[in-house]
Each structure stands twice: as structure tokens, then as C-alpha cells.
Design a protein around this ligand. Structure first.
Ligand code: TZP
Ligand code: MG
Length: 221
């Protein structure tokens, strides 16, 4: 897998087994890919999340599905799991392994860093992030310890500070508000529930892509 390009981040689907409303995560991801998600992050968190060998076993199946379908596969937080699955990248939050350390350990794999302020964004860039996940943009119930939404202004601040790294907004994003996130300067949107909880994950992904695409804005070179 080559470097992170903004186009691969256009519709970023984040999911673990706890997000699938009791459905098979393989089926949910397969449908989301049918609908056009451009990248996937395996985030096995929350109540009832799998651990250890079970998390690895599900990860192996999801990873293979992404390989077969040509979708980049990122692992949330867990360096060992990312290496064991030969993921395309690792995504770390502010409470996880320091971004500098993650960068050292994963070499040329993609490094995504969650940021919820301009200050965190500046530090993530210095630490060697390949892309930023900025949020929560809108209030969300999906992440238990999530801060209140900042609004799309966070993305605008990051752009106005001259940060040209690919940025996706995350948190409470739906087809109804995705365009606001893009207009603020994002390269894409990252969602959990808007796809994983939808009656039709494929149709939900298509709707999100239409909303993201409508802006048609090229946010950086
Ligand atoms: N990081 C910031 S908000 C969030 C994460 C993982 C949860 C996003 O979930 P949803 O359902 O798209 O609001
Ligand atoms: Mg985390």
C-alpha cells in the first residue's frame, strides 16, 4: 500500500463487533464496501468488545475481506494487533500510545492520530502523523468518553493554521451534516453508527458518498 492520499479518506468506515446491532461484522463491512467506503478501521472497543484471540480472529477475517476488495485496513489503538494483521496502518488517540512512538514502531505504515483541538493537531503533525481524525465534530453517543462536538470550526482552524495533511472529521456525522464538514476543509468523513447501525449499510454508505461528493471541493494538492 502506498502513501495516504486524500481520496482514500473520503468515506472512512470505523467499526468493531460492538457497533453492529447484533449483526455479523463481516456482513456489515461487506455491505459497507458494496456501498463504496474508501477505507476501513477495525476498532474493537466498547461494551462486549472482543479481546485477545477472539479480537484477532475477527480481525483476520475483516482484514482478508479488505484485501480481497482493495480497501485499506487500519487498526485502532493496538500496535500488536496492527502488526499481527499486517494492517496498512495504525490509528492512535490522545490517550493511546504516543504518536511519536507509534511512528517509530510502525515504520512506513500509515499513522492516523485523533485530535480534538488545533494544538493537538499541530503536535500530531510534528509527531509524524499521515492523516488526522478531527473530532468529535458533532455530539456522539458511540464513544463513551467522547467530548462534546466542536462543530466544523475545528477543521477550519486546522486548515487556517496551514496544516495541509489529509484530515477527516469524525463524531456524529450523517448524510445530513457531512457536507458542512467537507465545506470546512475536510478531505473526508469518518463514521461508525451512520453505517454500522443503518438498516442497509450499503445504502447508508451511498448516501454519505453523495453528501460528501456534493461539495466537490479539492481541499489540498
Ligand atoms: N472518535 C471521536 S468521535 C468517535 C470516535 C471513535 C465516535 C464516532 O462514532 P459515530 O457513531 O460516527 O458518532
Ligand atoms: Mg483510542
Amino acid at each position: 500500500m502506498t502513501g495516504v492520499t486524500a481520496s482514500k479518506l473520503r468515506l472512512y468506515f470505523v467499526m468493531g463487533s460492538a457497533n453492529c446491532a447484533g449483526r455479523d461484522p463481516m456482513e456489515v463491512l461487506s455491505q459497507a464496501i458494496d456501498g463504496g467506503v474508501t477505507i476501513f478501521q477495525y476498532r474493537e472497543k466498547g461494551r462486549g468488545a472482543l479481546r485477545g484471540r477472539d479480537a484477532l480472529a475477527l480481525g483476520e477475517r475483516l482484514r482478508k475481506l479488505c484485501l480481497d476488495r482493495g480497501v485499506p485496513f487500519i487498526v485502532n489503538d493496538d500496535l500488536e494487533l496492527a502488526l499481527a494483521l499486517d494492517a496498512d496502518g495504525l490509528h492512535v488517540g490522545q490517550e493511546d500510545m504516543a504518536a511519536e512512538t507509534a511512528r517509530e514502531k510502525i515504520g512506513g505504515k500509515w499513522l492516523g492520530v485523533s485530535v480534538s483541538s488545533l494544538d493537538e493537531a499541530v503536535r500530531a503533525v510534528r509527531a509524524g502523523a499521515d492523516y488526522l481524525g478531527a473530532g468529535p465534530i458533532f455530539d456522539t453517543k458511540t464513544k463513551e468518553d467522547a467530548k462534546p462536538g466542536t462543530g466544523p470550526i475545528l477543521i477550519r482552524q486546522i486548515r487556517e493554521a496551514g496544516i495541509g495533511l489529509p484530515v477527516v472529521g469524525i463524531g456524529g456525522i450523517t448524510a445530513a451534516n457531512a457536507a458542512q464538514v467537507m465545506e470546512a476543509g475536510a478531505d473526508g468523513v469518518a463514521v461508525i453508527s451512520a453505517i454500522s447501525q443503518a438498516a442497509s449499510p450499503a445504502e447508508a454508505a451511498r448516501e454519505l458518498l453523495r453528501a460528501v461528493g456534493r461539495t466537490g471541493k479539492q481541499n489540498h494538492p
